[in-house]
Ligand binder design. Structure first.
Ligand SMILES: *Cc1c(COP(=O)(O)O)cnc(C)c1O
Length: 473
């Protein structure tokens, strides 16, 4: 308490050269706001201090806090993160990294004007959706296509357009929370449709749907629950069966495909997952999936299907509220063109990461291991070796699905691992690793561009700077 009276008044602090330098560099209101906040914080801290401090010391504490706050706020909170986890679609790390080709196209469209809603042939107002509709139809075999903000929005729009005020039949086994707190029952409620659950958690038969259909039924709904598996005694109705039931009774079928892939990934050793084309072929009226999961594009909700429901969705006023920006349309168009006439295996990061041959992964791991040993390893504090690792697809697809890969296991003598991991997270760029058996594990599958060299630099600074030593040594 003895120190509180010594806190300099704001006016006096505002007269200091250090503070004026900050005011010249940044905006005055911003600096004054931070100064007031820092003084308040220091006041709180001083209440707990018993020894007497000088006025100069207190001033110095305030200025230091101020400097730290300004650095923190002005450097932003979004950071580049090196993904050493081997989880390809990491929901916490922004899911799919966008391809460099898509980025170039996006930036060209972003810094210039473009024909987003102008039909250049007719010289009249056009639709923003034409830029992706034909490509999507050609890729998937669908009659129509539409893109909205994300897959949750796509599901909402589909349900509302086709079943508002009516009933939708869904298998109980598919009523799951899909991650990111996306709950199909909640989305149903928002859409104004009434959910009719059929079957049990582990078993649903076609007869369960058939028996539930009545005059109020508007839609048969199927969710592809690839992010979890009920193992063992299970029964689900497949899409073809559901479509044939729908045709018999004159009801449309909608499928939430979740991850949505356009190419067969079984060549990469992954279990066969139904592609979007498979669902179109099976006859689903509406199919929805994400743009930033296995497709490897920007965040978007892609809807493909029969002409009639797609046109009805375009006319729904809700579409205006869910519409995608020109940047997303540009990135998505470029990504889809890569599938249509490019080389997705090489140019779409997510696909490339999943299809990398084991031999290439091994070579990458060996290279990283050598670099680490030649660099920071020289001190003897760091030892690294190449190991086999279990990578994952992630992102609500192939949940339990492990793909084997290679990585580098790093042991740091005399350091507390949790603290090292924390410091790596706080670096710029941040490095996210796995921890296993008291060692750091970096999978090379999810490393991009020059990440390898950055990792070597980060490790170097971890070894140079004190702070993570084992305290009992
Ligand atoms: C991921 C997922 C969603 C949500 O998609 P977003 O693009 O994140 O909105 C919905 N349904 C399924 C089956 C999913 O896997």
């Amino acid at each position: 308490m003895i120190n509180l009276k010594k806190i300099p008044p704001i006016d006096e602090l505002l007269g200091l050269e250090e503070v004026n330098l900050l005011i010249d560099t940044y905006n005055r209101d911003f600096v004054v706001g931070i100064l007031r906040h820092s003084v308040d914080e220091v006041r709180k801290q001083l209440r707990k201090v018993n020894n007497e401090l000088s006025r100069e010391e207190i001033q110095k504490i305030i200025l230091t806090q101020m400097g730290e706050s300004i650095t923190r706020v002005t450097s932003g909170t979004l950071r580049k993160v090196i993904n050493g986890t081997g989880v390809v679609l990491h929901t916490n790390l922004g899911r799919a990294p966008v391809s460099p080709g898509a980025l170039n196209y996006l930036s060209e469209m972003a810094v210039n004007y473009n024909n987003l809603e102008l039909d250049l042939v007719a010289g009249q107002r056009g639709s923003r959706y034409v830029h992706i509709e034909e490509i999507l139809c050609r890729l998937t075999g669908a009659e129509g296509a539409l893109v909205v903000n994300n897959n949750a929005a796509a599901v909402l729009l589909g349900l509302m357009t086709m079943a508002r005020g009516k009933e939708v039949i869904v298998s109980r086994g598919q009523l799951v929370e899909i991650g990111g707190a996306f709950r199909i029952p909640e989305v149903m409620k928002l859409s104004g449709a009434t959910l009719k659950e059929v079957g049990t958690t582990n078993k649903t038969y076609l007869s369960d749907y058939a028996e539930t259909i009545n005059e109020e039924t508007a839609l048969l709904f199927s969710a592809h629950t690839s992010n979890y598996k009920i193992v063992g005694f299970t029964q689900e109705v497949d899409l073809e069966q559901l479509v044939s039931l729908g045709r018999q009774v004159g009801l449309p079928v909608m499928q939430d495909l979740g991850s949505g892939i356009l190419i067969d990934l079984s060549a990469a050793g992954l279990a066969a997952e139904p592609t979007v084309q498979d669902s179109v072929k099976a006859g689903a009226d509406v199919i929805t999936f994400s743009g930033d999961k296995l497709l490897g594009g920007p965040q978007a909700g892609i809807i493909v299907g029969k002409k009639e429901p797609i046109e009805a969705m375009k006319k729904n006023q809700l579409t205006r509220a869910l519409r995608v920006d020109k940047l997303i349309i540009a990135a998505l168009e470029a990504t889809l063109l890569e599938y249509l006439c490019g080389n997705p295996q090489e140019n779409i990061p997510v696909v490339q990461m999943l299809m990398q041959p084991p031999q290439e992964l091994y070579e990458k791991a060996r290279l990283l291991c050598n670099k680490l040993q030649a660099g920071p390893g020289k001190s003897g504090q760091l030892t690294a070796r190449v190991v086999e690792v279990e990578d994952m697809v992630g992102g609500g697809a192939y949940p339990t699905y492990i793909i084997s890969g290679y990585g580098v296991e790093i042991a740091l003598a005399g350091m507390v691992l949790d603290q090292v991991a924390r410091r790596l997270r706080l670096m710029q760029p941040a490095l996210l690793t796995r921890l296993q058996d008291d060692k750091i594990l970096i999978s090379v599958r999810t490393l991009l561009h020059n990440d390898q060299d950055l990792i070597v630099d980060l490790m170097q600074s971890i070894l140079r700077a004190p702070g993570a030593e084992r305290s009992d040594l």
